[in-house]
Ligand binder design. Sequence first.
Ligand SMILES: Cc1ncc(COP(=O)(O)O)c(C=O)c1O
Length: 401
Amino acid sequence: MPLISPWRADFPAIDALLRQGQTYLDSAATTQKPQALLDALTRYYATGAANVHRAQHLPGAHATQAFEASRQKIAHWLNADAGGQIIFTHGATSALNLLAYGLEPRFAAGDEIAISALEHHANLLPWQQLAQRRGLKLVVLPLDGHGLIDLDAAATLIGPRTRLLAVSQFSNVLGAWQPLQRLLALARGQGALTVVDGAQGVVHGRHDVQALGCDFYVFSSHKLYGPEGLGILYARNWALEQLAHWQFGGEMVLDADYHQAQFRAAPLGFEAGTPPIASVIGLGATLDYLDSLDNQALAEHEARLHKRLLEGLQQRERIRILGAPELALVSFVAEGIHSADLAHLLTEQGIAVRAGHHCAMPLLKSLGLSGAIRVSLGLYNDSDDLLRFFAALDQALELLA
Ligand SMILES: Cc1ncc(COP(=O)(O)O)c(C=O)c1O
């Protein structure tokens, strides 16, 4: 039975790519965009771009209004208390760097930061470098046999010296939801700050930051069918107060002298310089579009398609799947074949998947691998995309045998 995506036609690039002979299966890296977003960007640029929060003129007022309306939509999407808890950055990576620098004064030598063994470099390197700058200990929570952060080990490793826990909600390599509720409770029990990297998790289903109980939650717009160059940092009120100002420049200042200055509170105090205005407005339009979809039908489509992808790979003899992927993506290697060679043959056949270390080098190394192939799905993919992928995979495996 074919699995058809009723939303495919809303994403013009998917068929445009197909006409170029490309089957797009790399949505965990970045997604294609809905027409609703393209329309919003055209409308903004065609009717008058203007800077926000600065100008007294009408275009400036319109841009500021649309920009701030998006902030409210994002707060609503995450069930944040208020728009003021949403800080715009340039991506999940810059949000995590903001946290590592903004929280730096809170740490003293010997304090511990806990991350997990599966973190993307974006949620590893800022903390690793902070630990080096301040003489902190970076504690790495190990995984269990299913690719989940091991809760028993976490219970022994998260202790009174733990000042911060930073973990991924959904692994970009292993495709599994992490046991966040339990982990966050362990960290809270020790009075530690909690950071959730929602870069992959936010794309699947709706997540309530208040129910999750984290202090900070970050994601990138471009993985959620939104524009590039925009990241979201949610912080609950108490956590916002822990942040020192990080980047300095226009609009984040209350008063400036040659030798000293005073800065605004969040969110504007953490948005130095001209923000990505069109992207913020565009993400608002994307969320309106996503909000209009049938959530249950969407979840069912994603689950069915993933099941088909997983089963298809499991049926092929030489394929070894990494972890126990639950949704959205599957990473794998083929026994005896270098994944770069396999990736090359897939690319030649117009299959756009990701190959390499997936920005999680330590995880890949711990699995004894230098690289793997990752197939990842968006809401626009259908079973024909998978048929093309499997046909190309079989051909490549035969050639490399
Ligand atoms: C789990 C995870 N965290 C963080 C990031 C970083 O996102 P960005 O490159 O958009 O800043 C990614 C991107 O792949 C990711 O998958």
